[in-house]
Design a protein around this ligand. Sequence first.
Ligand SMILES: Nc1ncnc2c1ncn2[C@@H]1O[C@H](COP(=O)(O)OP(=O)(O)OP(=O)(O)O)[C@@H](O)[C@H]1O
Length: 279
Amino acid sequence: MREQPILQVKNLQKKFGEGCQHCLDPEIRQLEKNFCPYCGTIYAVHDVSFDLYPGEVLGVVGESGSGKSTMLQGLYFDIELAAGEVYINEPMLASQNVLTLSSQQKRYIRNYIYGMVYQNPLDGLKMKFSSIGNIAEKMIAAGSRNVGNIEARSKALLEDVHIPLRRMKEEPRNFSGGMQQRVQIAKALSNNPPILFLDEVTTGLDLSVQASVLDLIKQIQRELHISMIVVSHDLAVIRMLADRSIVMLNGTIIENGLTDQILEDPQHEYTQQLVYSLL
Ligand SMILES: Nc1ncnc2c1ncn2[C@@H]1O[C@H](COP(=O)(O)OP(=O)(O)OP(=O)(O)O)[C@@H](O)[C@H]1O
């Protein structure tokens, strides 16, 4: 029998706009792509459900605007979702819908259970802190107080992500895009989270830099067995990293399964186009 999922996501919903008589009722709603043609409300995420299992990498692929980032930001509590349930299989949290927890409990989850690597390093790093300071800050926020331990752990993490220690005092704004993503990854790993979210982490990087960041993510997965959700518009990235994948279009999931299966036998017309574009 398969293990229990570490993360269960049920029926997530997020809209931008008030909605109207034509769209608030899902039974009669007729959207154009993801928005209501009468009032313009965007249904950025609707009816999104999936499980994440311990140690697996789940890919989330879809075109720009399909709702991937909104979904991830909702899971990480950066934005408030309109509805849905999220369960984390951790002793302190089991059987509680974490979307309904207090902000203090959500902070606990962000500090100890989730790690996040944003597409834009400006969202994940404090550019005026040193690189080592960024990692230390995250550890202090999670309650670490022993300066010696914080320094040793931060240095080890920087070495793990191949940032030379002679540059650890530099602000990440001096770094290249690939190095900034590495510092973000080190920061996200600092408190040993069992779940890591990665949002378009290689988008905008040169191909060779992309390859080295992807290698680093694979290495982390191999060595630490962290469960990961990897969001990308690029099926090639998903193919490289993800065991299982979901395909999103217009705010909802249109296909899911083993990544190899999706690549070999895509069912939905949109997924077929994505796969053929790889050839
Ligand atoms: N703050 C916001 N206000 C209004 N609409 C928003 C907001 N944030 C996202 N949207 C809309 O929600 C939909 C989903 O956007 P989202 O950024 O989640 O898509 P995505 O698949 O991550 O695309 P990308 O990779 O380009 O960010 C889009 O139509 C977007 O315009």
